[in-house]
Design a protein around this ligand. Structure first.
Ligand code: NAD
Ligand code: UDX
Length: 464
């Protein structure tokens, strides 16, 4: 039996940070060190002012405050942490490749390979290496290959332990996961490594919720879960367009089908389109893998989920232009929300970015308010697209800190994120400040349309 006392996690991002904070919180006798090359990020994780953590997640501040400097440490000294640990989690980013073979589809594994090479170079004692990042099926083979060829006699076991947390509910998801998945080798040494990780989670997760499988099933299950979840959103969004043409209401349709226990009620909220760092990246990766095995029908099937999502974002922007008498040139359009969902400051692949880009192409002036996203982030998201110059973006996009001030002289408001506070605004006060007719495009179906119509707004939502 192997009892792990020292854990290292490479990557202090949206997954590494909260995941390790919860392990440290639940296993006070295990030392957990989270390392990252990004000095600013580590500095923020160590900030005495707990509100300055680099990521926003409800409940995270308390967990970090309790465990930090007791058995939870954040550091840039990657080598020292690798050297000391018996178990090393790799939780670095695996974005879609932007160059070379597989560009725009395959996962870029350069950060994973760098980690493997660094572990190989530093390790003087046997290590369990845990894939926490989402990886293409059979990546463990490549990692093992790098580690086993160092020639320094150290033994490595590779486990796959994909993370299923969703941003905005990460702490809750980590404290009470639907399941924990651990894949490892079937031989005796593999089983010892699996058990060591099971023992960590068993400190707070019921044993029957900890699934163990072979490595390849575990790696593929993560891509499959994200594909299924995203597919539900694209399916309901496809129906939302049909609802708009037929007089059906997508909220009513979702409720009616969700009550069928075979379908279930979750993940059926029609929206302006899904965002986030995972869904698109992981489905593109799945499509790439299927194509690489010559499975073109499988690839086409899943690719349609992305095609539908792109269409949903584009048609939301097009509907704003069409409704505002076919032109938004010079008009002030307010965006309430920029994050890809509520309760996070993450904006990766947020629908807001693409809707803004389309409206900027139509010469709109965009004004953005998001309770957790900074002006710098909003402009850098748009600059990253490379559609126009940084100067043009900063001239056409203004960021406000007051949700009432922003609405002054606006032609329309678009809800891009479902932040709860938007529901409680004084909508009469907002209406009074706007140009008339005053339009609201609710990309999240969170507002009371009847109430807004009574005030005088022209209210448009998704799917009715
Ligand atoms: P992130 O970009 O927030 O964090 C990754 C961190 O790794 C960055 O801070 C980066 O500086 C660091 N890093 C990269 N290479 C490094 C190296 N060689 N040494 C030290 N640090 C290095 O990414 P994330 O959102 O935390 O995602 C990490 C992985 O988890 C991805 O594979 C992702 O697909 C997966 N995942 C993400 C989520 C999510 O909700 N964000 C959920 C489940 C799984
Ligand atoms: C997702 C998976 O849920 C999680 O298990 C995995 O570990 C990482 O990827 P995340 O991207 O953080 O998590 O958030 P999620 O709640 O899945 O939402 C993704 C996107 O879909 C958001 O833009 C959200 O607004 C949208 N969505 C979700 C809908 O539009 N409708 C829904 O019914 C659900």
């Amino acid at each position: 039996m192997l009892k792990v006392k020292n854990i290292c996690c490479i990557g202090a991002g949206y997954v590494g940070g909260p995941t390790m904070a919860v392990i440290a919180h639940k296993c006070p006798d295990v030392k957990v060190t989270v390392v990252d090359l990004n000095e600013a990020r580590i500095k923020a994780w160590n900030d005495k002012d707990i509100t300055k953590l680099p990521i926003y997640e409800p409940g995270l501040e308390n967990i970090v405050k309790e465990a930090r400097d007791r058995n939870l440490f954040f550091s840039t000294d990657v080598e020292k942490a690798i050297d000391e640990a018996e178990m090393i989690f790799i939780s670095v980013n695996t974005p879609t490749k932007t160059y070379g073979l597989g560009k725009g589809m395959a996962a870029d594994l350069k950060y994973i390979e760098l980690c493997a090479r660094q572990i190989a170079a530093v390790a003087k004692t046997d290590k369990i290496v845990v894939e926490k990042s989402t990886l293409p099926v059979r990546t463990a083979e490549a990692i093992k290959n790098i580690l086993d060829n160092t020639g320094n006699g150290v033994k490595f076991q590779i486990l796959s332990n994909p993370e299923f947390l969703a941003e905005g509910t990460a702490v809750q998801d980590l404290l009470s996961p639907d399941r924990v998945l651990i894949g490892g080798d079937l031989d005796e040494e593999g089983q010892v490594a699996i058990q060591a990780l099971v023992d960590i989670y068993a400190n707070w997760v019921d044993r029957d919720k900890i699934l163990t499988t072979n490595v390849w099933s575990s790696e593929l299950s993560k891509l499959t879960a994200n594909a299924f979840l995203a597919q539900r959103v694209s399916s309901i969004n496809a129906m939302s367009e049909l609802c708009e043409k037929t007089g059906a209401n997508v909220n009513e349709v979702a409720k009616a089908i969700g009550m069928d226990s075979r379908i279930g009620s979750k993940f059926l909220k029609a929206s302006v389109g899904f965002g986030g760092s995972c869904f698109q990246k992981d489905i593109l990766n799945l499509v790439y893998i299927a194509k690489s095995y010559g499975l073109n029908e499988v690839a086409d099937y899943w690719e349609q989920v992305i095609i539908m999502n792109d269409h949903q974002k584009r048609r939301f922007a097009a509907n704003i232009v069409k409704t505002l008498y076919n032109t938004v040139s010079g008009k002030k359009i307010v965006f309430l929300g920029w994050a890809f969902k509520k309760d996070t400051n993450d904006t990766r692949e947020s629908a807001a970015i693409y809707v803004a880009d389309d409206l900027l192409n139509e010469q709109a002036n965009i004004a953005v308010y998001d309770p957790k996203v900074s002006q710098q982030k909003i402009l850098s998201d748009l600059n990253y697209l490379g559609t126009r110059s940084e100067t043009e973006n900063s001239e056409s996009v203004k960021v406000y800190e007051d949700p009432y001030e922003i609405c002054k002289d606006a032609h329309a408001i678009a809800i891009l994120t479902e932040w709860d506070e938007f529901k409680d605004y004084d909508w009469q006060r907002i209406y009074d400040k706007m140009k008339k007719p005053a339009f609201v495009f609710d990309g999240r179906n969170i507002l009371d349309g009847e109430k807004l119509n009574k005030i005088g707004f022209v209210y448009k939502n998704i799917g009715s």
